[in-house]
Ligand binder design. Sequence first.
Ligand SMILES: Nc1ncnc2c1ncn2[C@@H]1O[C@H](COP(=O)(O)OP(=O)(O)O)[C@@H](O)[C@H]1O
Ligand SMILES: [Mg+2]
Length: 332
Amino acid sequence: MAPREILKIENLTTYFYTWAGVVKAVDGISLDVREGETLGLVGESGSGKSVTALSILRIVPMPGRIIGGKIIYKGENLLEKTEDEMQQIRGKEIAYISQDPATSLNPVFSIADQLTEVIRRHQNVTKEEALKKAIELFRLVEIADPEIKIWNYPHQLSGGMKQRIAIARALSCQPNLLLADEPTTNLDVTIQAQILELMKNLKKLGMSMILITHDMGVVAGVADRINVMYAGRVCEVASTKTIFRNPVHPYSRALLEAVSHVTVKRVQPKIIPGAIPNLISPPSGCRFHPRCDFAAAECAAVVPQLVEIEPEHYVACIRAKEFMENVKEVKL
Ligand SMILES: Nc1ncnc2c1ncn2[C@@H]1O[C@H](COP(=O)(O)OP(=O)(O)O)[C@@H](O)[C@H]1O
Ligand SMILES: [Mg+2]
């Protein structure tokens, strides 16, 4: 039986209409998230990951606009919903955690006040019941002494603790889909590992998740599948195992080499030469071609489409077949 999708994005296009020109931040991406799976959305900073998440929730800030495509959530196109309907979906069906947990907390109220408020906004419960639920959420995100810690104010908390609370808040309405946007980026390495462990444990709740990161190392142990994005487009999609063992797109390979703690053969983590292009006038053809060691003349002319090169493994590169056949000869 084919896996069921909770979310299916088709040809999503989100542009920013700035004074300097049109920023093609998300330029016709398609991806799907299956029931209960964690999809890693990986790419360097500026590749359109956050704009994808904001588009799903329809909270793209001005001067951004979703100008095309479909976002099918549980069979219905979110782009056809009214703002009232979207408000019901945000938080309750689809929750979002950003890379800056502090922004979701109000400095003047205790955590208990803030969490119970969120819970009561979506559920018909008394203050006492909401507090009990908030404490349970603290336990779920593995905060010690929840009955005491819940009365803290944001300034009393460390970055790691704030991120746990942001996760608790996102989980408070039992969303079916969690969009976690670089949840570990602003944390110390040890705390990062703890939060990742927590994200892994959350998978047991059966929730679907999009885990956004610029670091392949982050998704390695958490994601079921990986979607590699570059400059507003998807370049490779496969299971995490396949991406790590047999990455085909030169950009995926470069990302893997840039990881600091991957177990695959590597020498020193490498910086990918060059920079992500300006998305007002991105390179023609394959947007990665100016940085690609394997670019052919055609790469500047043809926009590569995602092609299934083996079951469940999609690559947008005109040389993909060749790379598949000569995996051993192509050295990076
Ligand atoms: N408010 C905005 N105005 C103009 N351009 C924006 C805005 N937000 C994002 N962008 C542009 O959209 C592109 C994708 O950004 P983003 O989705 O934040 O990347 P990522 O999350 O992968 O780092 C970038 O080129 C960025 O400069
Ligand atoms: Mg981002």
